[in-house]
Design a protein around this ligand. Structure first.
Ligand code: AMP
Length: 280
């Protein structure tokens, strides 16, 4: 496994591989790797000859006052995990390598970026789409792996690839959870022990929603109302949104039917967490 910090070097190394019949699989991350990331890397390893993982805390997807500075950076540990999983290349550029001074080209997936988290994090998905587009151009993968945990990001990347005719297949892997149900996230590291317990309300309220649907409740207002009620029982929480939408367009549904995405974003103290489930 090699760790490569520049675009030029990465291109040299990738062009040295004989691509005939050998696919490049790619997992973009911001590091602080956990089992959620590892599930993507494992799938990538199974399905490709060459596995590239990027670790880049992308400044353009953080808003002013967000956690760019304190975002966990754990390269040594991440590299050890990648090595164990059989990763071939870690691409680890710094911010100047990706966004040199004078940089001014951005990709915006218009409508989808305004929904859900987009309402609360203006500019976030423009930063995400831009960096993913750049990484796709740099790595030129055949298949790229994303997590269902970030459902809106996955929908946006799929749309960008479709709209801009990017020759890459997108695979979205299921959300990996802690034993007690909390969706794994690098940001869980911010939670103190009490907040860690409180954070369970995200997955629990989604499980409640699933039970309600299973019991025949179809009315969205009733479902979101029950989720809200459960979340607000926890002190010091703030709900950004609870939404029931269709998975592809992220448009609000009137009734549960077919495949529905129930997504929420909730602040536990100073930490903003997201989670979602797909109801079939
Ligand atoms: P991040 O490092 O948070 O930008 O995440 C990198 C990739 O890992 C994204 O595609 C995420 O959706 C995915 N990911 C993060 N957490 C999880 C999880 N708990 N389960 C599955 N995928 C995840």
């Amino acid at each position: 496994m090699v760790i490569i910090r520049t675009i030029k070097r990465l291109r040299q190394v990738l062009s040295g591989y004989n691509r005939k019949g050998r696919t490049i699989g790619f997992v973009p991350t911001m590091g602080a790797l956990h089992y959620g990331h590892l599930s993507l890397i494992k799938a990538c390893r199974r399905e490709n000859k060459i596995v590239v993982v990027s670790i880049f805390v992308n400044p353009t997807q953080f808003g002013p006052g967000e956690d760019l500075k304190k975002y966990p950076r754990t390269l040594k540990q991440d590299a050890a995990l990648c090595k164990k999983e059989g990763v071939d290349i870690i691409f680890y550029p710094d911010a100047k390598e990706m966004f040199p001074s004078g940089y001014e080209t951005f990709v915006t997936v218009e409508g989808l970026s305004r929904e859900l988290c987009g309402l609360f994090r203006p500019g976030h998905f423009r930063g995400v789409a831009t960096v993913v587009a750049k990484l796709f151009n740099i790595v030129q993968p055949d298949i790229a792996y994303f997590g269902q945990k970030d459902a809106q990001q996955a929908a946006i990347v799929r749309r960008m690839v479709r709209d801009l005719n990017m020759p890459v297949k997108i695979k979205v892997m299921p959300t990996v959870r802690e034993i007690d149900g909390l969706a794994m996230s690098s940001r869980n590291a911010y939670l103190n022990p009490l907040e860690r317990k409180d954070a369970l309300v995200l997955s629990r309220s989604l499980a409640l929603a699933k039970r309600l649907v299973h019991d025949g409740v179809k009315d969205i207002a009733e479902i979101t109302g029950k989720i809200r009620e459960m979340i607000l029982r926890v002190p010091k929480v703030k709900i950004d949104y609870i939404a029931v939408v269709d998975q592809e367009h992220l448009m609000p549904l009137k009734k549960i039917s077919g495949k529905s995405l129930i997504a929420l974003a909730v602040w536990i103290g100073k930490t903003r967490l997201i989670d979602n489930i797909i109801i079939k």
